[in-house]
Design a protein around this ligand. Structure first.
Ligand SMILES: Cc1ncc(COP(=O)(O)O)c(C=O)c1O
Length: 364
């Protein structure tokens, strides 16, 4: 039986009970005060001019590609070490996700790999903040600018992180967040897009809301075909409660990270590197295991001890689907998929006990 879970939500029912009651009493479940307020609060927090709420990071990424006009025959360069959604949204439009390998240190897209993969067909770049780490994102933004390519930051894991004093959400042309339960801020399912581009923001306003705008019958006209990718009032309220605590959550996770690193580095575990000008939200506490350790065996042994852990994330080019389709497996990413482990990290985890178990099982 699992005693230490991998992640716990940073929200309790007590914190939303009164607000939920008000929403139920008012009968306003969509497009009410909490959605509007959460949007504004994300803007302020991320330092972006506009924010749009979505049903997930996947729908956020997908609609951003549509906004940029990505279609069949186009190429979009994507970080190869990520969750499959990063590439699936490209594939889904009939375009080709071009996998760029990542750094063995930061786990983020390598600038030279990005440059090497740019062709006349490249329509956009999706760089991932691996486990919330934004190291190198300003450099990626500069390369995209040099080549006049729109930069979408897949910040699914990165709310609360910063690079060079700039919050994630204010670095790329379009930034997509996830509010899935494995993230620091969770609305069950959910997501957001931030941008400083006024006309893109206007387009998103319309597209995310059935293509509606202006005034015709019943006060609405439908000027585009569109989607319903909206968050509800209940979800927005959950998001607001957690956003207020986010900086404290990030600080706490960094304290835990320091303890993990202090205890496990001596045993040969290598933590994800983040540059000195980075605030990393530590969405996942990820280490590369020593070469002598079989990561999958270690995960199994820890499970027997009641400690839930998991792999880092996926080498997208090496998944059955993408390997079969493009035969372009990226070596660093493949290695990271094999060597990385995610350990429990949230308030209340007994880091000493987890580390002792990790070291014990790593020694045989
Ligand atoms: C890097 C990355 N991109 C996209 C997603 C998809 O997020 P969502 O579940 O909100 O669609 C995830 C989910 O974990 C992710 O880690």
């Amino acid at each position: 039986m699992t005693q230490i879970r991998l992640m716990k939500p940073y929200i309790s029912f007590d914190e939303v009970e009164a607000g939920f009651r008000e929403i139920f009493d008012s009968g306003i479940f969509t497009r009410g005060q909490h959605v509007e307020a959460f949007r504004n609060e994300i803007c302020a927090y991320a330092g972006a001019r506009h924010a749009h709420l979505t049903t997930s990071a996947t729908t956020a990424l997908s609609v951003c590609l549509k906004l940029l006009g990505v279609e069949a025959g186009d190429e979009v360069i994507v970080s190869d070490f990520s969750f499959p959604a990063t590439a699936n949204v490209v594939e889904d439009l009939g375009a080709r996700p071009v996998f760029a390998d990542v750094s063995l240190d930061t786990f983020n897209i390598l600038p030279e790999e990005l440059r090497r993969r740019i062709t006349a067909k490249t329509k956009a770049v999706i760089a991932v903040d691996a486990f919330g780490n934004p190291s190198g994102m300003h450099e990626i933004a500069a390369i995209c600018k040099e080549h006049k390519l729109p930069f979408i930051e897949d910040a699914a894991c990165a709310i609360g992180s910063r690079e060079g004093g700039v919050s994630v959400g204010g670095i790329a042309d379009l930034t997509c967040f996830s509010f899935h339960p494995r993230k620091l801020l969770s609305t069950g399912e959910g997501g957001a897009i931030t941008t400083n581009n006024d006309s893109w923001s206007g387009w998103l306003d319309i597209k995310l809301n059935h293509g509606a705008s202006g005034m015709l019958g019943n006060g609405l006209d439908f000027v585009e075909h569109g989607y319903n990718y909206r968050l509800s009032e209940l979800q927005a309220l959950m998001g607001r409660v957690q956003l207020r605590k986010l900086d404290a959550i990030v600080a706490n996770r960094n304290e835990m990270r320091n303890e993990y690193v202090r205890r496990l580095e001596l045993a040969g575990f290598i933590p994800q590197y983040r540059a000195s000008d980075v605030v990393h939200n530590v969405q996942s506490m990820v280490f590369r295991v020593p070469e002598s350790v079989d990561r999958d065996v270690l995960i199994g042994r820890l499970r027997e001890d009641g400690i839930e852990t998991t792999i880092g994330t996926y080498c997208l080019s090496g998944t059955t689907y993408y390997r079969r389709r493009y035969s372009d497996v990226q070596p660093n990413s493949e290695r990271l998929q094999r060597e990385t482990i995610t350990l429990p990290c949230y308030e209340g985890v007994d880091v000493e006990a987890v580390c002792k178990a990790v070291v014990r099982w790593s020694n045989g």
